[in-house]
Design a protein around this ligand. Structure first.
Ligand code: UTP
Length: 294
């Protein structure tokens, strides 16, 4: 079994659900507490041992590339002013030279198309896909979602999809999988469908933004027709791949926040602030005052 070294971060979407915030700023650069959403997703990948970070970007996303580069003037000024803690924190976040790749999707034709744009950079290896607008916090297992997916990949091989439960009436908004054989924290996937019409979903287990995929997905994505919403859907590509390869689901032990919606973005800020020892005590006190006044 080949080791999973690379992760693809599709960041070419338009972010229409959080307009006007995303008119001039990519939604992946909005901040949750004091880090861009995308930095939280990259942190999760680094913690899990991912070594190469592949960003599929689009127009007006140049600031993402700058964020993962050095900022000489800023770093020089921080050092000269003795702000060494801030300087060292920036340096610790900086990916190693050559550990990032950027490719362009050119037009937002769908998530499946965005992943396909990374084919030459990934090559013939299994790889992770991380949707950066979904950011995660550890649960009892103390690891975040992509680390749990990589554990499942080591155990089962094949292809891995992280899932979580939603109320049955919400399934029409997501990709949904069904269970073929249950192992508890993981299970073999029987089928999958993108945005099933209300009342037709095979379960309430939704695909939640973390995957480990075999490279054969690229040949399929190259030929696949447009699906739900007129977009090239990753779920449709995975469904086709599941005819010849195994897929396993991971019930993520932890919390996922969808920063791509206004409510999810607000909840992410609250949840992540409550996890920060330097901010949580004062934040809790302010929240109590606010809630008391409701
Ligand atoms: P979303 O559907 O959440 O992103 O796609 P979006 O299209 O930006 O959102 P709205 O609905 O307009 O608000 C999930 C992820 O896939 C990326 C997005 O950037 C996001 O990280 N994506 C989506 C692409 O890179 N390209 C696409 O064509 C579509």
């Amino acid at each position: 079994m080949k080791r999973v070294r690379k992760a693809v971060f599709p960041v070419a979407g338009l972010g229409t659900r959080v307009l006007p915030a995303t008119k001039a700023i990519p939604k992946e650069m909005l901040t949750v507490v004091d880090r861009p959403v995308l930095q939280h997703a990259v942190d999760e990948a680094r913690e899990a041992g991912i070594e190469h970070f592949v960003f599929v970007t689009g127009r007006n996303k140049q600031v993402i590339e700058d964020h993962f580069d050095m900022s000489y003037e800023l770093e020089d000024t921080l050092q000269k002013r003795g702000k060494l803690k801030e300087y060292e924190a920036l340096m610790a976040d900086l990916p190693a030279a050559g550990a990032t790749s950027f490719t362009r999707q050119q037009a937002p034709l769908g998530l499946g198309h965005a992943v396909w744009c990374a084919r030459d950079i990934i090559g013939d290896e299994p790889f992770a896909v991380i949707l950066p607008d979904m950011i995660t916090l550890p649960g009892q297992r103390k690891t975040r979602c992509i680390a749990q997916c990589l554990d499942a990949y080591e155990k089962h091989g094949g292809n891995i999809i992280a899932v979580e439960e939603v109320p049955p009436e919400d399934t029409h908004m997501y990709g949904v999988v069904s269970v073929k054989q249950d192992f508890g924290a993981t299970f073999q996937i029987g089928g999958m469908v993108e945005k099933p019409p209300k009342g037709t979903a095979p379960s309430n287990l939704i695909i939640s933004g973390r995957y480990v995929l075999e490279p054969q997905i690229f040949d399929i994505l190259e030929k696949i027709e447009k699906g739900a919403g007129g977009e090239i859907q990753l779920t449709d590509g995975m469904k086709k791949l599941s005819e010849s390869q195994d897929f396993f689901g991971v019930r993520f032990d932890g919390r996922t926040c969808d920063t791509g919606s206004k409510l999810g973005f607000l909840m992410a800020n609250v949840a992540f602030a409550l996890e920060r020892p330097d901010i949580a005590p004062a934040f809790k006190a302010e929240m109590k005052k606010l809630i008391g006044s409701l």
